[in-house]
Write a protein that binds this ligand. Structure first.
Ligand SMILES: Cc1ncc(COP(=O)(O)O)c(C=O)c1O
Length: 411
């Protein structure tokens, strides 16, 4: 028997650290939907967290030209092309008003690597990180991989998924080192009003906490909502603040894999050392594409934002019409995060789903619609739906959900 179930000690096949990582639920749902689609099933996918637009043409052209230039065929500095670090610093000042030097910028393989490296550079074993739920699935895994302990602060639709200083303070201990902050948020689309960003930043500064603030959806805000950068509103935080960002969501460039982190130079240097051994430089062709993106204007994202906004209004209106579904209005990113608690525990097509995970499986099986269960984001009872998909598919998909959920009944 030994060896079959042995997962610890030197004879374990996969290390405990890596064996404890769970698969990204959002990628898993998307993958399942794509397999069904490839088999000819008319699946409508609300699972993917990425723009459905192609990358703007000028960016693609710059990358195509870079492919043919031998100087991009070789290693470049691990921290990123100097001109890209400079342009990211300039773009950050332009877009959020945060003044940083190129030495404070590390170019990473997507925002995801920036998150991973920020925690790897900051955390010692046992350090606690305040993590507001619903949270993006990658955060707790990155924190744990770095030896940290995620301390979850749960919010719900009654506050629009916004945490207060009081809630955060109730979870602070003498082991708390970092607050993870993201606005606009994945998965909820919540956007913190500037006064609340400032209050949270001041509280963090007052208690000597670090803040890792993820600004990847900075340009996707709607209506009266306003993006604000925490270290701009709370300048005294700058020495203990790491900003995560990238080109993926703003320029429809998820596949190019370029992001960055911005922080104090000692942290950036440490993260660069890590990156130099893990991945070396980000692909040069992608860096040239990112350079074109951040040096350009924001007209492409303005066009995409208008489309997302239209879809956002449609999906919120349609979801609110479904019995058992409660949907707060998301003010940023491209996600809605409705509660499905009113559907759970009721009879539906011969079964009685009692969790959002079971409900999402049923939805995929019965009406071929892919949505991600709230379990993936630390709050069962909800689902995340991305509205970065075509308008017709969006309407068809939510109509299928409506028809299915309308069948739910008590015995
Ligand atoms: C909140 C948030 N941060 C960071 C990322 C990372 O994006 P990428 O690694 O594609 O740059 C994502 C992607 O889904 C995200 O939703």
């Amino acid at each position: 028997m030994s060896g079959m179930s042995d997962t610890s000690g030197p004879s374990g096949r996969v290390s405990r650290r890596i064996g404890a990582i769970t698969e990204s639920a959002t990628l898993a749902v998307d993958g399942k939907a794509k397999v069904l689609q490839a088999a000819g099933r008319p699946v409508i996918g609300f699972g993917a967290g990425e723009p459905d637009f192609p990358t703007p043409e000028d960016i693609v052209e710059a990358a195509a030209a870079a492919c043919r230039e031998p100087r991009w065929h070789h290693y470049t500095p691990a921290g990123g092309l100097p001109e890209l670090r400079e342009s990211v610093a300039a773009k950050t000042l332009r877009d959020s008003g945060y003044q940083v030097s190129p030495a404070q910028v590390l170019i990473t393989n997507g925002g995801k690597q920036a998150v991973y490296q920020a925690f790897a550079a900051l955390l010692d074993p046992g350090d606690e990180v305040l993590l507001i739920a619903p949270y993006w699935t990658t955060y707790p895994e990155s924190i744990r991989l770095a030896g940290g302990v995620p301390v979850v602060v749960v919010t719900d639709e009654t506050s629009g998924y916004l945490a207060t200083v009081e809630q955060l303070e109730a979870h602070r201990t003498d082991r708390t080192k970092v607050l993870l902050f993201v606005s606009p948020s994945n998965p909820t689309g919540a956007v913190y009003p500037p006064a609340q960003v400032q209050a949270i930043g001041q509280w963090a500064a007052q208690h000597g906490l670090w803040v890792v603030t993820d600004e990847i959806y900075e340009h996707l805000v709607y209506g009266d909502a306003q993006f604000s950068s925490m270290p701009v509103l709370v300048p005294e935080l700058a020495d203990r603040c790491v900003v995560v960002n990238g080109v993926a969501k703003t320029y429809a460039m998820t596949g190019w894999r370029v992001g960055w982190l911005i922080g104090p130079t000692d942290v950036v240097k440490a993260a660069t050392n890590l990156q130099s051994h893990a991945t070396s430089n980000v692909a040069n062709v992608s860096q040239v594409a990112a350079l074109t993106a951040v040096r350009g204007d924001l007209s492409a994202v303005a066009r995409m934002r208008a489309v997302y906004d239209r879809r956002r209004q449609t999906i919120v209106r349609m979801l609110r019409d479904i019995p058992g579904v409660a949907c707060p209005e998301p003010m940023g990113a491209f996600y809605v995060y409705p509660s499905v608690q009113g559907v759970l525990g009721r009879e539906l097509r011969g079964t009685r789903p009692t969790s959002s995970a079971e409900l999402c499986e049923l939805v995929l099986e019965e009406v071929e619609v892919a949505v991600v269960p709230g379990e993936a984001f630390g709050t069962p009872g909800y689902v995340r739906m991305s509205y970065a998909l075509g308008d017709d598919d969006l309407v068809e998909g939510v109509t299928r959900l409506h028809k299915l959920f309308a069948e739910a009944h008590d015995r």
